[in-house]
Design a protein around this ligand. Structure first.
Ligand SMILES: [Zn+2]
Length: 375
């Protein structure tokens, strides 16, 4: 029988980003504590994260880059020339124990999740989905691109049709670049338009792959204020397009929680029930896949959304209310709302958001029409 596993460890709490960074918040360790507080996970469902081996990291990254990450972390300094060459040591990709130890753990966990999938099980690695890192350059808070390592791991195992779906609010520029010229990997990303959001340079509809990879990259850039109906409309239409041209043997799904309304690093307005619905729509179309985390900068929103994903995967009923232990846990996090005018107290009461629907705007429909025409 299919087993359902969560890959994680409380150790992530020790490998955090520095204090002024959006990723300084607890994320995987918070999710594990939250699930435990809500009695939503058994010990036997948890697989302890292990670090990636050097060999696994080199499936995608260059040796010099990996050595530099290790050296920077060891000395807690920026090695000479590394800031320019590898984009490390600035505000975006600072020196901390997240840069190698934390990232390597997240990447090992993605390989573990793939190994579970290959055994016929289903696994979720919430630490995964660091989709911005390039082969030899840190980018967008990401140092090691675990989805790219995971995809290369699958290719090494002989897989020839791998689908990568990215629901994070930001375009997956690192993953796109890694597989832009191959027809073995189809990359689909729904995200905030680069006209107004990171990574600015990439993520446009016109980027459809090159050489053999032409037609195997699909970007769906979306407008500010995206509502639940628009997101699911865009997802369903884009999955139809993918299905026309690609029959995957396996897929990886990146589940960054930053498209949620509460997340202050994105301008989308989604509810976590639409996020959950999106997860189920992908599974209805392609069956079970390998599930990864991603961005997400509001700790309450992240813990609630990934809890819904976990409940769905593990066949649990979603409890309506947070219990006191879970409430106290959230309250104990060192996190302040940027806008203290808004009332987010509902996040301490219920797990599910109300539906945040609305009209599907013409620009969203037009984008999907154009995507279909260009595929
Ligand atoms: Zn993001």
């Amino acid at each position: 029988m299919k087993k359902v596993k969560l890959i994680g460890t409380l150790d992530y709490g020790k490998y955090r980003y520095p204090k002024n960074h959006p990723l300084k918040i607890p994320r995987v360790s918070l999710l594990l504590r939250f699930l435990d507080a809500m009695n939503l996970i058994d010990e036997k469902e948890l697989i302890k994260s292990r670090p990636a081996t050097k060999e696994e990291l080199l499936l995608f990254h260059t040796e010099d880059y990996i050595n530099t990450l290790m050296e920077a972390e060891r000395c807690q300094c920026v090695p000479k020339g590394a800031r320019e060459k590898y984009n490390i040591g600035g505000y975006e990709n600072p020196v901390s124990y997240a840069m190698f130890t934390g990232s390597s753990l997240a990447t090992g966990s993605t390989v573990q999740a793939i190994e579970e999938f290959l055994k016929g099980n289903v696994a979720f690695n919430p630490a995964g989905g660091m989709h911005h890192a390039f082969k030899s350059r840190a980018n967008g808070f990401c140092y090691i691109n675990d989805p790219a390592v995971g995809i290369e791991y699958l290719r090494k195992k002989g897989f020839k049709r791998i689908l990568y779906i990215d629901l994070d609010a930001h375009h997956c520029d690192g993953v796109q670049e890694a597989f832009y010229d191959t027809d073995q990997v189809f990359v689909l990303s729904l995200h905030q338009s680069p006209e107004y959001a990171f990574p600015f340079e990439k993520g446009f509809l016109e980027e459809i792959g090159e050489g053999k990879g032409k037609g195997y990259n699909l970007n769906i850039p979306l407008p500010k204020g995206l509502n639940d109906n628009e997101f699911l409309f865009a997802l369903e239409k884009s999955l139809e397009i993918v299905k026309e041209v690609f029959e995957p043997e396996v897929y990886l799904l990146q589940l960054g929680t930053d498209p949620l309304l509460e997340d202050y690093l994105s301008k989308f307005n989604l509810s976590n029930v639409a996020f959950l619905k999106a997860f189920n729509i992908v599974r209805e179309v392609f069956g079970e896949g390998v599930y990864l985390g991603g961005g997400g900068y509001h700790p309450y929103a992240l813990a609630r959304a990934w809890t819904l994903i976990w409940c769905e995967l593990s066949g649990r009923e979603v409890p309506e209310k947070l219990n006191n232990k879970a409430k106290e846990l959230l309250k104990s996090i060192d996190f302040e709302e940027f806008d203290d005018e808004v009332d987010r107290s509902y996040m301490l009461e219920t797990l599910k958001d109300p539906w945040r629907g609305g009209e599907v705007r013409k620009e969203v429909k037009d984008t999907l029409e154009k995507a279909k025409a260009s595929s």
